[in-house]
Design a protein around this ligand. Structure first.
Ligand code: FAD
Ligand code: UDP
Length: 388
């Protein structure tokens, strides 16, 4: 029996959708995309809620990149709304910019003291520089050390405990480094040259990405029911499949968790609608010292939707992922032990010459959307070079 398809892609998030498009368009392949959920878009999926407010079902997604190839590529499938994300921390009711910056410094310490601290910080690190909280805490100057303690206590410690159930010292240092102390008055969350939101939302972007005669998408299908990874190789619906198989789900699940589950954090989103035009001061407010949620996002700031009569917010509460079917694994818990467990699964996958692990879940990494798009494009470059 012959396969109808040349390539199989599992998952229709950024990793799967970009790979499918590239394989169909650039390489002229017939691509089957299997997606477990009832919709495309992966965690970037958006939709209007019951009040007509455009929301992100799996958490707020703001696009930003320094990678021109990625920006140009996605710009084929969407126009952009210019949006620069700004976040404030709610510290005992007072709001200050996050990343903690020179404006936050002034709000926390008053103008005079802040000016003296600013001078010391700039002498130590340079103007417009980004310093991680762990690095700042190593500064021996007593004034800088007191400042570092303040930022640690009021911005990082409790938020990180809520998000990871671990302290900033215990988690991968690259994680807190995502939100450094910024010796600047630039109060944007990201400094990338290209940032914004897809003008009509993410889901239409995905619809266009996947709209190609070479691509067939089947929704509501768990690929594990159709795919077998046996001693002799991969089969799809019982027929040997020798073309590229790009898997973008969690790799432990692909092998029935035979070495144990890879640890993840999951999130609970509490969506609330209010009969006011805007409910909070910024797109996202981080609750860095109080409340059980880490942050609250108000989608209309992000999407620019004009809707004076109501607004929808989402509170994010982080939990340990148990693997229950109704839970989503959102964040890999990166540490040497978990990386070693991942490597065992990766080695299993490598036994299949045509199986490729791609994406935030499959690679067990903390990737933003742009990094995933870049990875997908690079994988398709490699496949094209191989003539696969
Ligand atoms: P996913 O989007 O998770 O897609 C994987 C798909 O595979 C899913 O649809 C899943 O259903 C499907 N799948 C899994 N297993 C199977 C199976 N067995 N059979 C069939 N289908 C399967 N990035 C940014 O750049 N900016 C942001 O502001 C941002 N905010 C974020 C906020 C939150 C709360 C989270 C969790 C992430 C955020 N990200 C953000 C990161 C972003 O979500 C990811 O980079 C991106 O979604 C990863 O795409 P992916 O295709 O690898 O994975
Ligand atoms: N973080 C923090 N306080 C904040 C913002 C971030 O402690 O106000 C830490 C926390 O550990 C978090 C990490 O920095 O998990 C990365 O934050 P980011 O906003 O990049 O997380 P994401 O948007 O990916 O959830």
């Amino acid at each position: 029996m012959q396969n109808t398809y040349d390539c199989l892609v599992i998952g229709a998030g950024f990793a799967g959708a970009v790979a499918a498009r590239e394989l169909a368009e650039r390489a002229g392949k017939r691509v089957l995309v299997l997606e477990r959920r009832g919709h495309i878009g992966g965690n970037a999926y958006d939709l209007p809620d019951e009040h007509g407010v455009l929301i992100h079902q799996y958490g707020p997604h703001i696009f930003h990149t320094a990678n021109k190839r990625v920006f140009d590529y996605l710009s084929r499938f969407t126009q952009w709304r210019d949006y620069q994300h700004r976040v404030v921390a709610n510290v005992h009711g007072a709001e200050m910019p996050v990343p903690f910056n020179l404006t936050s410094l002034e709000l926390a310490f008053g103008r005079e003291k802040a000016a003296a601290l600013e001078e010391k910080l700039i002498a130590a690190y340079g103007a417009e520089k980004k310093v991680t909280i762990l690095e700042l805490r190593r500064n021996a100057d007593p004034d800088v050390a007191a400042l570092a303690d303040y930022v640690y206590e009021n911005v990082f410690l409790h938020y990180t405990m809520k998000q990871w159930d671990q302290s900033p010292e215990e988690i991968d240092p690259n994680t807190t480094a995502r939100v450094p102390v910024f010796l600047s008055r630039d109060d944007r969350y990201f400094q990338d040259p290209w940032q914004g939101m897809p003008l009509e939302g993410y889901t239409p972007l995905f619809e266009r990405l996947l709209d190609h005669p070479g691509i067939t998408v089947e929704l509501g299908v768990d690929a594990r029911e159709r795919l077998t990874l046996g001693e002799d190789g991969v089969t799809l619906d019982g027929v040997p499949f020798t073309g590229p198989v790009i898997y973008t789900g969690a790799v432990d699940e692909l092998f029935a968790c035979r070495f144990g589950r890879l640890p993840y954090r999951t999130l609970e989103f509490r969506f609330e609608n209010y009969p006011v035009e805007f409910w909070q001061s910024h797109g996202t407010v981080n609750y860095t010292v109080s409340e059980e949620w880490t942050r609250i996002t108000e989608f209309k700031y992000l999407t620019g939707q004009v809707k004076p009569e109501c607004t929808t917010i989402a509170k994010e509460i982080s939990h340990a992922y148990t693997g229950a079917p109704e839970e989503t694994p959102y964040y890999a818990i990166i540490n040497p032990e978990n990386n070693a467990l991942y490597a065992r699964y990766q080695a299993l996958a490598a036994r299949y010459g045509n199986l490729y692990l791609l994406g935030r879940l499959a690679e067990y990494k903390y990737y933003n959307m742009d990094a995933i798009v870049a990875r997908a494009l690079e994988l398709c470059d490699t496949l094209a070079e191989k003539g696969a």
